[in-house]
Design a protein around this ligand. Structure first.
Ligand code: G3P
Length: 216
């Protein structure tokens, strides 16, 4: 079970990383744009924090994505996971990078057929977009379950990385439905700590602790 953080905002990642519970970070062009920084600077800052698995998205033709992926690997070594789109070109680049021993994450997965192709191309991770599937009126978690079930049945070692996660409940249900990794925004990660009864219970313990009579 791995927890990834899905943002390019370094300060927010730093706080999550400091918990010791985070295994990696996923980024995409939209998240990098929100951060308002050069992607390479973002990746460098993440590596300086000690993060060893960073999804870095590439775009363009198969040859361009393969080249950019190799360049990223040259710069960032084992911290690099090259994130590729679920397209014909993306899967061609995925095969080549996989042959070079470079980790890949095939993104924008919306059904099991796409996940089978990505696995056949040697993807390290596939990223079904749970929230965006839900937005379309069918169940993102069912897609996670069918991909994870098929991979298990066929002995495929590609890992299911549930993405587009908007609530702690979806984190739990993604793992329950067979995800190996869940990537989530920091707000969702912090939300996993919360329960009203924990807060209330702690308040009562704190109050009672001040009233304990000590014999010493
Ligand atoms: O990892 C993909 C994720 O960033 C997409 O999330 O909420 O934009 O659908 P969302």
């Amino acid at each position: 079970m791995k927890f990834f953080i899905d943002t390019a905002l370094i300060d927010e990642i730093k706080d999550c990383w400091a918990t010791g519970l985070i295994d990696g970070v996923t980024t995409n062009p939209t998240l990098i744009k929100k951060a308002g920084r050069d992607p390479l600077d973002v990746y460098k800052s993440l590596i300086d924090l000690g993060i060893g698995d960073i999804s870095m998205e590439v775009m363009g033709t198969a040859a361009e994505m393969e080249y950019d992926g190799m360049q990223l690997y040259t710069l960032f070594k084992e911290s690099t996971t090259v994130k590729l789109p679920m397209t014909k070109e993306g899967l061609q680049a995925c095969q080549r990078l996989n042959n070079l021993g470079i980790r890949t994450n095939v993104t924008l997965i919306f059904n099991a057929a796409q996940a089978l192709l990505a696995a056949k191309a040697g993807a390290t991770y596939v990223s079904p977009f749970v929230g965006r599937i839900d937005d379309q009126g069918y169940a993102g978690l069912e897609v996670v379950r069918s991909i994870a079930g098929l991979y298990k049945m066929k002995g495929i070692d590609t890992q299911v990385l549930a993405a587009s996660i908007r609530t702690p409940h979806r984190v739990v249900r993604s793992f329950y439905n067979g995800a190996d990794v869940v990537t989530m925004p920091p707000k969702v990660f912090w939300g996993m700590y919360d329960h009203i009864l924990t807060t209330d219970g702690l308040r009562i313990f704190d109050e009672d602790a001040t009233k304990i009579v000590s014999s010493s």
